[in-house]
Design a protein around this ligand. Structure first.
Ligand code: PMP
Length: 282
């Protein structure tokens, strides 16, 4: 696999980053994961906008222009041909003597690599997945897509150890999001998702789904979702760029609704699939 580091394209195995890189030392950086379907990037402008927002929030000057970002992403895809791919890209505050405060002359490290998208097997999505709930122990700026992911890592590991695919996080009696996904619930025929705030990542899949649901029988309201509403939901869905739209059929070991992916999920997934790029050969 060919990766990108600071202007060079080279095999991932030969990419070296200094241990003094502030991403390694402090988790001082941000990232994006951008899906592509049959060689066509999906929602690339939205991902690049979010990247710019994350960089500005942690005060790293954007190292590339919009055009240069797009060219780099396209080149990386062409060097790693294949079907459905996700580009992982990361920008850190660069290499400097270890000191918490910013270096005098920071020089960002820009890294990107391509991974296959492994959407859940159709039988898994068709059956639904398990999730657990956990207290949200993260910081107050979860709207920034930072590489500092330790609480998310620990939550996801706890879920895995309990045979679940995701941990749904609760703060002050309300759902925030999953460890690496946004959360939607369906109750009494209404689709709800927590509103944007500094407690959740503004997921691109979340936004695309809200948009496509407008054209269905299941428009979505962005409003707070209480723990009781989560536990009493008829359906729960998780969204992310690599998971797309996944039905949760068991929460903390108890069936969600009738324990099967619901009617709304089937319609929402079909609507989402219609807006994904079909690829140049379609
Ligand atoms: N919330 C968190 C904490 C995440 O890590 C992710 C996935 N990166 C999401 C939500 C979903 O975001 P997106 O749809 O942009 O992948």
């Amino acid at each position: 696999m060919i990766a990108f580091l600071n202007g060079d394209y080279r095999p991932l195995e030969s990419v070296c980053i200094s241990p003094l890189d502030r991403g390694f030392m402090f988790g001082d950086g941000v990232y994006e994961v951008i899906p592509s379907y049959r060689g066509v990037l999906f929602e690339v402008d939205a991902h690049l906008d979010r990247l710019r927002r994350s960089l500005a929030a942690i005060r790293i000057a954007d190292p590339l222009t919009g055009d240069a970002w797009r060219k780099m992403l396209e080149r990386l895809l062409s060097l790693n041909p294949g079907a459905d791919r996700a580009i992982y890209l990361q920008v850190t505050r660069g290499v400097a003597a270890r000191d918490h405060a910013f270096p005098q002359t920071p020089s960002a490290t820009v890294f990107a690599m391509v991974n296959p998208i492994r959407p859940p097997a159709p039988e898994l999505a068709g059956r639904g997945v398990g999730a657990i709930t956990l207290p949200d122990q993260r910081w107050g700026r979860c709207d920034i897509k930072t590489v500092t992911l330790l609480p998310n890592v620990l939550a996801r590991q706890q879920a895995a150890e309990q045979g679940a695919v995701e941990a749904i996080l609760l703060r002050q009696g309300k759902v925030t999001e999953g460890a690496a996904s946004n959360v939607f619930v369906v109750r009494d025929g209404h689709v709800l998702t927590p509103p944007l705030s500094d407690a959740i990542l503004p997921g691109i899949t979340r936004r695309v789904l809200i948009d496509v649901l407008r054209g269905t029988r299941w428009p979505c309201d962005e409003q707070p979702v209480s723990e009781d509403e989560l536990r009493g939901a008829d359906e729960i869905w998780l969204t992310s760029s690599t998971k797309e739209l996944l039905p949760v059929t068991s929460l903390d070991g108890k069936a969600v609704g009738d324990g099967h992916p619901g009617e709304a999920w089937h319609e929402a997934l079909a609507a989402y699939q219609r807006v994904k790029p079909a690829g140049p050969s379609a």
